[in-house]
Design a binder for this molecule. Structure first.
Ligand code: HEM
Length: 309
């Protein structure tokens, strides 16, 4: 059980970004797409999970900016998100929720709460943030990699690398297991200049993706970084050595905008047989926070529909 209550986390995010009824507390703005995922032959040797057996599996994916303020312009620095839900024929669902920051800045939910509180725009920011950094020097270690991922405006949502950060255990059909971390890598690397991004408008990433879909499907590849014994699996702020094996286990093909349900929500702990979550406290905590945020959106959707009736 998390020491920090999910409610405290939502309140801290609300204070940071404001409350925007009907929106997520973070990743407020996004675009929902539909398509398919097809696993490559090697995936079925690494896990018995149903979506990794090679048959095309229907997916719903949402690209987003991470800000909780829906008006945050795309040309300003921001982590971007890619949440993918795999819909299996028997009604089962499993999700991968990833973002462009390669490393989570802290290792415990309570430290993330302190970070969000330290970032709140008020005069105390001047001492709260340096005080937070003094007490959590690990954040500074993650800074170069994270800052690099924010350094340039992206040309497209589909030209970025998205990291799912946490470790998951993949269990083979024979019962052997290994820890892995996921990342989505783009088929194409594209760049855009600052000037072009500024001129393209506040929400150019959504427009670019809509236009791109008119021209055809977009693709991202799912890669695994495979841990070796001793690699940290409970700490989302600790990278594994770059020398670890990387395996491409499948391709996501997104073909159209999707009619999203009124309340679409993802959950990094929505797993199926063949994949087990690591004992990472941040991962466990996310599930509680996401459920609470989705409930709040559900309630706000109900109020809107009653008012409209
Ligand atoms: C303690 C850590 C974290 C907290 C408290 C947190 C909080 C949240 C909340 C409240 C939402 C909105 C959920 C909803 O309304 O449905 C959200 C969405 C999201 N988060 Fe996190 N998050 C955390 C860590 C992460 C990490 C490590 C990643 C990336 C690996 C991530 C990626 C995303 C993405 C992509 C979404 C948007 C999902 C969608 O499109 O619906 N978050 N997060």
């Amino acid at each position: 059980m998390a020491i920090v209550a999910a409610q405290q986390m939502i309140e801290a995010l609300d204070t940071l970004f404001g409350v925007h009824p009907g929106c997520r507390p973070v990743h407020a703005r996004g675009l929902v797409l539909a398509g398919e995922f097809t696993a490559s032959p090697i995936a079925a040797r690494l896990t018995r999970a149903a979506h990794m057996q090679g048959n095309p599996v229907a997916v719903i994916a949402r690209f987003s900016g991470s800000s909780g303020y829906p008006g945050w312009p795309d040309y300003l620095p921001d982590a971007r998100g890619l949440a993918v839900s795999f819909h299996l024929p028997e009604g089962e669902r499993t999700d991968i929720v990833a973002a462009t920051l390669p490393r989570f800045p802290v290792r415990k939910p309570e430290d993330f709460l302190s970070l969000v509180r330290a970032l709140q725009p008020r005069p105390a920011l001047l001492w709260r943030l340096p005080w937070f950094l003094l007490r959590h020097p690990g954040v500074l270690r993650s800074l170069p990699a994270n800052a690099l991922s924010l350094a340039r405006p992206p040309a497209s949502y589909v030209s970025l690398v998205y990291h799912a950060i946490h470790a998951f255990k993949w269990i083979t059909p024979y019962g052997s297991e290994r820890h892995v971390r996921y990342r989505w890598v783009p088929e194409q690397r594209l760049t855009i200049s600052w000037r072009a991004a500024l001129c393209a408008g506040a929400h150019y990433l959504e427009e670019e993706l809509r236009e791109r879909l008119h021209r055809g499907a977009v693709r991202m590849h799912l890669q695994l970084q495979v841990a070796r014994p001793g690699d940290p699996v409970r700490d989302p702020s600790a990278p594994w050595p770059a020398s670890r094996d990387i395996v491409t286990v499948g391709t996501l093909e997104l073909r159209s905008l999707a009619d999203a349900p009124a309340v679409l929500s993802f959950d990094p702990l929505r797993l199926i047989d063949g994949i087990v979550a690591s004992d990472d406290p941040v991962l466990r905590f996310r599930q509680e926070v996401y459920a609470l945020a989705a409930n709040r959106r559900q309630a706000s959707a109900k109020v809107r529909s009653i008012r409209a009736a």
